[in-house]
Design a protein around this ligand. Structure first.
Ligand SMILES: CC(C)(COP(=O)(O)OP(=O)(O)OC[C@H]1O[C@@H](n2cnc3c(N)ncnc32)[C@H](O)[C@@H]1OP(=O)(O)O)[C@@H](O)C(=O)NCCC(=O)NCCS
Length: 135
């Protein structure tokens, strides 16, 4: 059964392998744990001790929150977990004015169903740092 948690204390005991499908040089498991610990807001979907999905947000804690990552393991997709993670994060961020996400074109309808509006964004990617620069 999938349970949901926003408690950072549980992260160290979790198996967080299997994420970042399609990223050629993705963060390793320890780096993903650091990303989750360093994020101001997280929501995790967990089965036993396996992380099967997560969403994180970073923020100025006054006006703005940005959601950099949302991932559900391929074998757990299509079961409503992604939608639940976003809904729980929206609840956590309900007092902020700006809640922003950058996404690929094919994910737009997923976020529109969750009341996000389509806009334009600009981005810069340093691909040599895709695995994270803190080791
Ligand atoms: C996008 C992602 C998080 C969705 O998670 P999920 O658990 O499979 O999604 P859900 O089961 O909650 O789907 C909820 C709804 O969104 C739809 N949906 C799911 N993935 C979608 C996608 N990639 N594009 C469009 N719609 C999608 C589902 O069909 C479902 O629609 P319904 O309510 O009409 O049945 C997951 O596919 C994923 O991890 N993808 C790889 C990483 C990624 O692209 N993350 C987004 C970064 S911005």
């Amino acid at each position: 059964m999938v349970r949901y948690s926003n408690k950072k204390e549980v992260i160290h005991d979790l198996d967080v392998s299997g994420f970042f499908e399609g990223w050629p040089n993705h963060p390793d498991d320890e780096t993903l744990k650091k990303i989750l610990c360093n994020s101001q807001f997280i929501q995790m979907a967990i089965v036993d001790v396996k992380l099967v999905g997560f969403i994180n947000a970073i923020s100025d804690l006054i006006l703005t929150a940005y959601i950099p990552l949302l991932e559900v393991l391929p074998e757990y997709q299509g079961q409503g977990i992604g939608q639940k993670l976003v809904t729980k994060m929206k609840e956590q961020l309900q007092n902020f004015y700006m809640i922003d996400i950058c996404c690929d074109q094919d994910i737009i309808s997923f976020y529109e169903k969750l009341s996000f509006n389509q806009g334009y964004s600009m981005s810069l990617r340093n691909y040599q740092n895709q695995a994270g620069f803190i080791k």
